[in-house]
Design a protein around this ligand. Structure first.
Ligand code: UDX
Length: 473
């Protein structure tokens, strides 16, 4: 799959476990987009590379700044992001707006160039071999190019997602886009199994802004030496092939799921994780609990919140529900309906933020009601947990489509959130015939994905190739 330059060392095994830190051959710089779903995989990649003997410097913005104390093994450098406080506050959840503002501000000054130049010039640290950027940070890629520093893009979404981004201009030419209400269920023949409604869209930003952001991602991928995708050949072999051959991306490495290769699955959470839920799960019967979480950015209104609460209560199933602060529009504290607490006593728990990977790996968890952010989807697949899908925007629709149509490990709850429909969907997944089949398939898929992480598995080989490439620079 990947066309990589031959490296100085022969195979991956030679670059594993390099021993004491003073022997570090070189350093990699990594710059995540400052959102949870992008920070996690970048820090997981950093950890994987560090464990292969490379020194790591993390560049990060002031906005959603990372805590260096959580990773004493890495160096951290703060980069001015130029996001005005009022934009950060007003754009909460509007990732497109923040990406555009941040890139524009970074391109307007030489602040990023200056920080990068001083990091590269730091002789007290090993030589900087290359910079991993989130694909949304074209401004940083341009700054690195000026300094002759090679970049690689880490795509934190699926290969299908990247393929669809690269195809966006054609999708406009072919008339699939801009999205028309009347065409939402039209298949995109060139990108099966996607339909128009599954293509990337934003609930906050105009289609023109989305188009601009995706064009910039394409530019950053094409302007870099290659792309590392947090996916697995077991999940997306055709999509990976297409990016490599049809889209002419020279180096395409499927190195995921990164959280399963990384030794530190925690340490990058922007919110405090509530570990009490693990103790609670310990008291629950095997596969009895529905884990409910809609990620770090999505929101719902107070009526939808009520319907979810009653849907969970009326399903009679056990559940662990993450209600993030600020997730319910217009509601400050958590205001549960009368009778709810009594009705779910002993079988329902609500928390603000979970240690999600641990939760999904817990034997008491039987299914995941998710918004299908790519990390959540991968984390669920990695534990063999079937999904009830409730995608809201961005790449979530296409992830849900793959869960349902390609992998057969879940189904979408479409349309209005209504307690009766929620109750039926939960019952189908937790104990219906369909649910049993999906769980079986999820178990099989988990094994296929984890196989890719073995010594001769495709994801492990991709990391070997990546490390060899870095050492060749
Ligand atoms: C955003 C977009 O919504 C998503 O579509 C895109 O793929 C990535 O960026 P987000 O809402 O952050 O995603 O969801 P997701 O990609 O699933 O990432 C959330 C991360 O936060 C996961 O790694 C998950 O383990 C973690 N998490 C979530 C917690 O640690 N605790 C929680 O309670 C919930």
């Amino acid at each position: 799959m990947a066309a990589v330059q031959e490296a100085r060392v022969g195979d991956g095994s030679e670059v594993c476990d390099r021993g004491p830190r003073q022997e570090l051959a070189c350093r990699v710089l990594l710059f995540p987009l400052p959102f949870q779903g992008h920070i996690n995989p970048m820090l997981q990649l950093a950890d994987v590379l560090y464990n292969r003997g490379l020194a790591v410097t993390i560049l990060h913005t002031r906005f959603n700044a990372l805590d260096p104390a959580l990773h004493p093994e890495f160096d951290f450098v703060t980069v001015p992001d130029g996001i005005p406080a009022e934009v950060a506050a007003a754009a909460s959840g509007n990732i497109i707006e923040i990406i555009l503002t941040m890139n524009e501000a970074m391109e307007a000054t030489t602040a990023v160039d200056d920080v990068l130049a001083s990091v590269i010039a730091d002789e007290a640290r090993p030589r900087s071999a290359c910079l991993f950027i989130d694909g949304n940070l074209l401004a940083v890629q341009k700054a690195a190019a000026k300094l002759g520093l090679p970049t690689l893009v880490l795509r934190t979404g699926s290969a299908a997602c990247l393929g669809s981004f690269l195809a966006f201009p054609k999708l406009y030419e072919m008339g699939y886009l801009p999205r028309q209400q009347s065409q939402l269920y039209m298949p995109v023949k060139e990108l099966p199994p996607l339909r128009v409604r599954d293509l990337f869209f934003s609930i906050h930003s105009s289609q023109e802004k989305v188009r601009k952001v995706l064009a910039r991602i394409t530019e950053s991928v094409k302007g870099s030496s290659g792309v590392v995708i947090n996916t697995s050949e077991a999940l997306e072999i055709n999509e990976l092939e297409r990016i490599h051959s049809e889209d002419n991306v020279p180096m395409v490495l499927a190195a995921g799921p990164l959280h399963k290769l990384s030794s530190t699955s925690t340490g990058s959470s922007l919110l405090d994780q509530d570990y009490s839920c693990i103790k609670w799960l310990d008291t629950q019967p095997v596969r009895s609990v529905l884990y409910v979480c809609f990620g770090s950015l999505s929101s719902m209104n107070s009526n939808e919140f009520l319907e979810v609460a009653w849907g969970l209560a009326n399903s009679s199933h056990h559940f662990l529900w993450v209600v993030r602060p600020g997730m319910i529009n217009g509601m400050n504290g958590l205001d549960f309906p009368d009778g709810f607490n009594v009705s779910v006593q002993g079988r329902g728990k609500v928390i603000q933020w979970a240690s999600q990977q641990q939760v999904l790996g817990h034997p008491a968890v039987g299914a995941f009601w998710t918004h299908n952010g790519w990390n959540s989807t991968l984390e669920s697949i990695s534990e063999g947990v079937p999904m009830l899908c409730r995608p809201q925007s961005s790449d979530q629709m296409m992830n849900a489509r793959y869960v349902e149509k390609i992998w057969g490990i879940g189904f979408e709850l479409e349309g209005e959130l209504e307690r009766g429909r929620i109750e039926i969907a939960i019952r189908n997944l937790m104990c219906g015939r369909e649910g049993v089949e999906m769980r079986k398939r999820a178990e099989e898929l988990k094994i296929e994905v984890l196989d890719c992480l073995n010594t001769y598995g495709s994801s492990r080989i991709a990391i070997d190739k990546l490390v060899n490439y870095i050492l060749s620079l």
